[in-house]
Design a protein around this ligand. Structure first.
Ligand code: NAD
Length: 248
């Protein structure tokens, strides 16, 4: 699979899974726009990806919860590269707590970044993609959105919501050559999972048939496939990359 000349926006791409996706697509010839809210860290990551992984990577500091900022991200991408072919909605946060202790603010924040942030980005790229009659949108969901996770009513709802959104949008834009899919990672050690209690991690490990945690690159390979020309006949799907955790 090659992505030569393609342009990909990756939200939350400065570290963790997003960075691995940026590196994988860059290594395969796509130009990358890292859309992360932390300006300096995102600029450093873009420089490193350009020198270590392959194609030109730039950063456009963006908070995905702000629709105007997201529109500016897409406008600047079009001004810089003339096209946007791939959108990976990867930016995500957790604010875990049991429902009876969860604040309304924690609910709102997680939904605002994980679900509405992705919707903002889809809304901003969809016109140029429709005009080009080409697009690949990959939304990063989670096993937590498929099975639910105690202590994550906000996060599970946001990740399940992404799946519904992916399927609805897939139907809306299929006739224009745009595919919309979701990837549902299992447990991937990153900053996001650092603070999870050890008992929870031990419990999760017992549910993984492959008997190990996943790596950010293993999510990136799945995203790269769904973002490729070769995946043209796959839309509205959820691909679990979780060591068999969600096998049914
Ligand atoms: P991470 O915390 O390392 O990376 C998340 C990135 O999102 C960060 O760079 C952060 O700055 C960025 N971000 C947060 N809020 C933002 C905003 N408002 N606007 C723009 N960028 C913002 O976490 P990660 O583990 O790499 O997670 C990446 C994605 O994968 C998330 O959507 C997460 O929910 C999902 N996921 C992770 C796991 C896992 O086990 N790590 C499992 C399932 C799903």
């Amino acid at each position: 699979m090659t992505y030569s000349g393609r342009v990909a926006i990756i939200t939350g791409g400065r570290r963790g899974i997003g960075r691995a996706i940026a590196c994988e697509l860059s290594g395969r010839g796509a130009h990358i726009v890292i859309a992360d809210r932390l300006e300096d860290a995102a600029a450093d990551a873009a420089q490193q990806i350009t020198s270590e992984c392959g194609s030109r990577t730039i950063s456009i500091p963006t908070d995905v919860t702000v629709p105007e900022a997201v529109q500016e991200l897409v406008d600047k991408t079009l001004a810089e590269f003339g096209r946007v072919d791939i959108l990976v909605n990867n930016a995500g946060i957790t604010r875990d707590n049991l429902l009876m202790r969860m604040s309304e603010e924690d609910w709102d924040q997680v939904l605002a970044v994980n679900l509405k942030g992705a919707w903002n980005c889809c809304r901003a790229v969809i016109r140029p993609m429709m005009k080009a009659r080409y697009g690949r949108i990959v939304n990063i969901s989670s096993v937590s959105g498929l099975a639910g996770q105690a202590g994550q009513t906000n996060y599970s709802a946001s990740k399940a919501g992404l799946i519904g959104m992916s399927k609805a949008l897939a139907r809306e834009v299929a006739s224009r050559g745009i595919t919309v899919n979701a990837v549902a990672p299992g447990f991937i050690p990153t900053y996001l999972t650092e603070s999870l209690p050890q008992e929870l991690k031990d419990g999760m490990m017992k549910l993984i048939p492959l008997g190990r945690w996943g790596k950010p690159e293993e999510i990136a390979y799945a995203v790269a496939f769904l973002a490729s020309d070769e995946a043209a006949y796959i839309t509205g799907q959820v691909l679990s990359v979780d060591g068999g955790m969600m096998m049914m």
